[in-house]
Design a protein around this ligand. Structure first.
Ligand code: ATP
Ligand code: MG
Length: 215
C-alpha cells in the first residue's frame, strides 16, 4: 500500500533482489539500514525466477523462496514482496525487474536498488549498465569478506551509486544451507519462522525428507 506523499517529495521504493534461499538477517538488516539512510517509504523484496542454476546447485522451488521471504518480512510495515521475477518466464535480469516495478508503480516513484557489494561488482561488469543507472539509484552494501575494488566504480555515475557499510553480519544463505545439511542450528541467523519453515519442508537436507502422500 502506498502512503500518501507530499507533492514535492517523490515516493522512494527500495528494491532488494535476491535468490533468498533462504532469506536471512543479513538481507533484513541491509534493507532496514538502507531504508533508514535514504528515507525509503518501502522496500520490496524480489525473489529471483526459477530455471537457472546458481553455482552448480539446484535452487529451491520459487514458491518456497517466495513464502520464506513473505514470512520473514511480514512483521515490518515497510517491507513487501513482489512476484514479478518468479512469475516472469526465463532467467532474471535486473533490468527487467526494475522496468516491471516502475511500470507497476508508476513514473512518480524513484527506485533504489539495494545489493551486496559482491553482487554489485558483478552488475558493473554487465553490458547495458548505462540503462540500469537510468532506472534506479544503486546502493551497494559492503559485508564482511567482500571488498569493492575502487577501480571498478571509477567509471560510474557517482550520483547514481552509493556504497554503504551495513552492520557487520557474516551471514550468507550458503552458510545457512550448509549448517542445515550437517544438522547445525540456524536459530538467530534467520528469523524464527524461517527455521520452522525449513524444517517443515525438509529444505537443504542431504536426504530429502518429503512426507507428502505419494512421494
Ligand atoms: P548465497 O550464499 O546463496 O549467494 P546470499 O546470502 O548471498 O546467498 P542472495 O539471495 O544471493 O543471498 O543475496 C541477495 C542480495 O543480498 C545480494 O545483493 C547480496 O549481495 C545481498 N546480501 C547477502 N547477504 C548479505 C549480508 N549478510 N549483508 C548485506 N547484504 C547481503
Ligand atoms: Mg550471494
Amino acid at each position: 500500500a502506498r502512503r500518501p506523499s507530499s507533492p514535492d517529495r517523490r515516493y522512494r521504493l527500495g528494491v532488494m533482489g535476491g535468490t533468498f534461499d533462504p532469506i536471512h538477517h543479513g538481507h533484513l538488516v541491509a534493507a532496514s539500514e538502507v531504508a533508514a539512510v535514504f528515507g525509503l517509504d518501502e522496500v520490496v523484496f524480489v525473489p529471483t525466477g526459477q530455471p537457472w542454476q546458481k553455482a552448480d546447485r539446484r535452487v529451491s522451488a520459487a514458491e518456497d523462496r517466495y513464502l520464506m521471504t513473505v514470512i520473514a518480512t511480514a512483521s515490518n510495515p515497510r517491507f513487501t514482496v513482489s512476484r514479478v521475477d518468479i512469475d516472469r518466464p526465463g532467467e532474471t535480469y535486473t533490468v527487467d525487474t526494475l522496468r516491471d516495478l516502475q511500470t507497476e508503480r508508476g513514473a512518480d516513484v524513484d527506485l533504489y536498488f539495494i545489493t551486496g557489494a559482491d553482487a554489485l561488482a558483478q552488475i558493473l561488469t554487465w553490458r547495458g549498465v548505462g540503462r540500469l543507472f537510468e532506472l534506479a539509484h544503486f546502493v551497494g552494501c559492503t559485508r564482511p569478506g567482500v571488498e569493492l575494488h575502487e577501480p571498478s566504480i571509477e567509471n560510474l555515475p557517482a550520483d547514481r551509486i552509493t556504497l554503504m557499510e551495513v552492520p557487520a553480519l557474516a551471514i550468507s544463505s550458503t552458510a545457512c544451507r550448509e549448517r542445515v545439511m550437517i544438522d547445525e542450528p540456524i536459530w538467530y541467523l534467520v528469523p524464527d519462522g524461517i527455521v520452522q519453515y525449513i524444517a517443515k519442508r525438509g529444505l537443504y537436507r542431504a536426504v530429502s525428507h518429503d512426507h507428502r502422500a505419494g512421494q
